[in-house]
Unconditional design. Structure first.
Ligand code: MRU
Length: 352
């Protein structure tokens, strides 16, 4: 059992580990209002697609608890306003919208119960949000088991960004595969890309693996090609913010480059993600909205300017890896391989 957690429900608010402060300080924030929760998501205090979904679910539960509504119609309108605010936080991570839809559908059912009251709907939403978190951990463990056969004894595993316990309610997706291999007694080693501009790899992946005693070495993003050429990387495992129906993957900026490099060097490139990250309504990667973030994360490091004032920067936060570069998608229901239009639809249960 870890002695830390990513986020959880409490009667006083949503409690989360402030990831902006890691690895310097372990600070837990207790967020009272929906606005505070939305800002925590926007400012990356909590981040990673499944964790964003969990935070939004807890946010809706919090909205129900804070609502001064005296009747069900007023409560419904407060919940809709909260969902609208939370949906505006980050556009790429589809788990955000998945969680809001799931909570919204649950709210509608609770509101339609024969003896529904403001209190009963609140109780249902708090329980549902906590269940989304518990389920997320179970799903991550299942992803780990599904990915275990892909990790050879002694493997050096390259990962990008943070798709670990910090990006989920616990255990992680890409790092879930690593944890499963480690727990199975395999001597694995992780190479963590630092992940410019926000350094999720250097700060977060390194922090959580070190806490769990899993060997991790940080490299700068531009070292991957050199190490692949020297056969120092056996496989790449990354997470995903959204996977389109054709298998194209949106993930942290820099993922696409790694996939191209992996193909050139004959290294398997795996994407580990829950079924809730599949977006079969979006046909291909070009249709996935890519978040553009502000200047500061690119133009500054630790609040120090590294780009001359007046010189513009670009900051797309995600990129698209075409399905043809993905060796397999690892989900809690097993592996999907090309052709992804068929395998993903089958795994998601849309067709069998
Ligand atoms: O901007 P971030 O830190 O939210 O980006 C996170 C990623 O790109 C992760 O790889 C992805 O959300 C999967 S997390 C299990």
């Amino acid at each position: 059992m870890s002695d830390w957690f990513t986020l959880r429900w409490s009667e006083d608010g949503v409690v989360l580990l402030d990831q902006r402060q890691l690895p310097r300080e372990e600070v837990y924030l207790t967020l009272d209002s929906v606005e505070e929760i939305a800002r925590a998501i926007e400012s990356l205090a909590v981040r990673g697609a499944p964790a964003i979904g969990c935070a939004a679910a807890l946010g809706l539960a919090r909205a129900a608890c804070l609502s001064a509504a005296q009747d069900l119609e007023a409560l419904r309108s407060d919940l809709e306003a909260a969902a609208t605010r939370l949906a505006r936080t980050r556009p790429t991570a589809v788990n955000l919208f998945w969680a809001l839809e799931r909570m919204g559908a649950l709210a509608e059912r609770a509101l339609a119960e024969p003896h529904a009251s403001v209190e009963s709907v609140r109780g249902s939403l708090v329980a549902a949000a906590q269940e989304i978190l518990a389920e997320d951990v179970r799903v991550c463990r299942a992803i780990g088991q599904a990915g275990l056969p892909l990790v050879p004894e002694g493997a050096s595993i390259l990962t990008h960004c943070n798709a670990g316990a910090l990006a989920t309610a616990g255990y992680g997706t890409a790092l879930g595969v690593v944890r499963a291999a480690f727990e199975a007694g395999r001597k694995v080693r992780v190479l963590a890309d630092e992940t410019r501009p926000f350094f999720q790899g250097a700060r977060l992946t390194a922090w959580e693996l070190q806490r769990d005693g899993i060997p991790v070495t940080v490299i700068t993003d531009n070292m991957a090609a050199h190490l692949m050429r020297r056969a120092e990387i056996d496989l790449v495992v990354v997470g995903a913010d959204r996977i389109a129906a054709n298998g194209d993957v949106a993930n942290k900026i820099g993922t696409y480059g790694l996939a191209v490099l992996a193909r050139e060097h004959g290294i398997p490139f795996y994407v580990a993600a829950p079924i809730s990250t599949l977006d079969l309504a979006t046909p291909c990667g070009d249709a996935i909205p890519i978040e553009e973030r502000g200047r500061a994360e690119v133009a500054e490091i630790l609040s120090q300017p590294i780009v001359p004032e007046g010189v513009p920067v670009r900051h797309p936060a995600f990129d698209i890896t075409p399905a043809r570069l993905v060796t397999a998608v690892v989900t809690e229901r097993g592996l999907a391989r090309a052709p992804y239009a068929l395998s993903l639809a089958k795994l998601s249960g849309l067709s069998r």
